[in-house]
Design a protein around this ligand. Structure first.
Ligand code: PLP
Length: 480
């Protein structure tokens, strides 16, 4: 069994095994013609249930054959141009190179003595990101597992900086279309049930700053503490970007921590054409970026950045066996001092290899392409009488619904749209997402694949209309 341990004597086995895996995936990619096979849980579960984990196959090729059956063949493929659903991106190859290296070396980024160069590379990427944002000379941050964790950590720092033990008095302000991790974080941070003040959005799904000003004033009048404002730079549902400069002014006036959740919109940091859409982000006290959304990085790759490095001390704890306090004075860089995690992957390496191979402009160009595609998709939808489209895109999201002129029953239209999404998923021809707007069911394209064309968008719209029409036709038959 020692032959399975990676070391100097097994290097050849390592090369062979991983190459076999890479060959399989490459062959699979070449043969993929749909984003999904449409497999159901009931069809797939028995295949996985049927495998006895206590009876190994002892053979890589056999394991890969089995994997084909239980996973690869029916996986949902983000690289397919007709995958248009969630905020998951196709990945760039230079990042996969980094991924292959980091898992084999298996550095852990909690301490210098488990990573060495990895620590310095992560720090340099944090500095690079902070500079792109414009956070100033005292900025710092750390890689995290995702936007959810980044938001949690940012709000932890905000809670500590609010400097009160009366947790029930703390308030967080966020728009009604902010990410649900804001609510989860408030709960985890021990705040009261009314801690998150949900604010309305304008016609473009951007936080209403008049309402924010009113609520901040009310908060102060009521003797409560405005702990943080969460501005979303790219809402998950619409890609809408809250008015960052106005929010920054209000935060300054009320002495409130400004957190910018740019999990989605961070791609604009490398944009060659649309960087100005997130102007004002430089005023933030903390920023969430998800490289695994708009930097085309594999999951996980995310970071939280802060304007003032000193605020990260709120996440600092010392353990004699790991990061004793004296190491701070010895200037040994232990990233665990800044992180909620302990053992932590060297995810930063993926971004490093990406920047070194493609350059930041390369990433920005890809993101610009999907933003431009969304603008074209919006024109298509706006001109198509079969569809109602919600807002002109600020990033790469389109929210719309099928609304046949002949059908006036809103519940029927809801059901037709729900049906179309499900039928499309079951067919595997395309994958789209859904959400609710004003209590009604809508469909959603999150465009993150530069390979997707307006032709794909038009074809998927036709498929949606076809499924919806068929559903409405059948329900008319049933009624008559
Ligand atoms: C996706 C998203 C998150 C959560 O990020 P994860 O990486 O999925 O944890 C937070 N905020 C916004 C606006 C998002 O779109």
């Amino acid at each position: 069994m020692r032959s399975h341990l990676l070391n100097d004597t097994t290097a050849e086995r390592y090369r062979r095994t991983v190459t076999e895996g890479v060959e399989r995936v490459a062959a699979h990619l070449a043969a993929t013609d749909r984003p999904f096979t449409g497999i159901t849980v009931d069809a797939l579960a028995p295949r996985i249930d049927g495998i006895d984990l206590d009876r190994p196959l002892y053979d890589t090729a056999a394991v890969l054959d089995e994997l084909e059956e239980v996973y690869l063949r029916d996986a949902v493929h983000f690289h397919h141009p007709r995958y248009l659903a969630h905020l998951n991106c196709p990945v760039v190859i230079p990042a996969l190179l980094g991924e292959a290296v980091l898992t084999a070396v298996n550095s852990s980024l909690d301490t210098w003595d488990q990573s060495a160069g990895g620590t310095l590379i992560e720090r340099k990427l944090i500095d690079w990101t902070a500079a792109r944002i414009g956070l100033g000379p005292a900025a710092d941050g750390v890689f995290t597992s995702g936007g959810t964790q980044s938001n949690l950590q940012a709000l932890l720092l905000a809670r500590e900086e609010a400097k009160t033990d009366d947790l029930a008095s703390l308030r967080i302000f966020a728009s009604e279309v902010s990410h649900f991790s804001v609510q989860k974080s408030a709960k985890l941070l021990g705040l009261g049930p009314d801690a998150v003040v949900t604010l309305p959005v304008d016609h473009d799904k951007r936080l209403h700053t008049v309402a924010l000003a009113r609520e901040l004033e009310r908060c102060r009048r009521d003797g409560l503490v405005p702990m943080a404002v969460v501005a979303t730079a790219g809402t998950t549902d619409f890609g809408s970007i809250d008015p960052l400069p106005e929010i920054a002014d209000l935060c300054a006036r009320y002495g409130t921590w400004m957190h910018v959740d740019a999990a989605y919109g961070c791609g604009l940091l490398t944009s060659l054409k649309h960087r100005d859409r997130i102007d004002g982000i430089e005023h933030a006290d903390s920023v969430t970026v998800d490289y695994h959304k708009s930097f085309f990085q594999p999951v996980s790759s995310s970071a939280v950045l802060v304007r003032d490095a000193a605020t990260l001390r709120h996440a600092t704890y010392h353990a004699e066996y790991l990061n004793p306090r004296r190491m701070v004075h010895e200037r040994i860089p232990n990233q665990v001092d800044k992180s909620l995690q302990t053992t932590r992957r060297f995810d930063a390496l993926k971004l490093w290899t990406t920047l070194r191979v493609m350059g930041a402009d390369g990433i920005g160009q890809l993101f610009d392409e999907v933003c431009d595609l969304a603008a074209e998709g919006w024109e298509l939808l706006a001109a198509d009488p079969r569809f109602d489209v919600v807002v002109a895109p600020s990033l790469s999201t389109l929210v719309f619904r099928y609304v046949p002129a002949a059908v006036t029953d809103p519940a029927g239209i809801d059901r037709a749209n729900l049906h179309a999404r499900k039928a499309l998923f079951a067919s595997g021809d395309a994958v789209v997402a859904g959400t609710k707007v004003g209590g009604r069911h809508y469909l959603k394209f999150t465009l993150l694949n530069p390979e997707t064309t307006t032709g794909d968008i038009a074809a998927v719209l036709d498929l949606i209309a076809g499924h919806a029409e068929q559903y409405l036709g059948e329900s008319l038959d049933r009624a008559s």
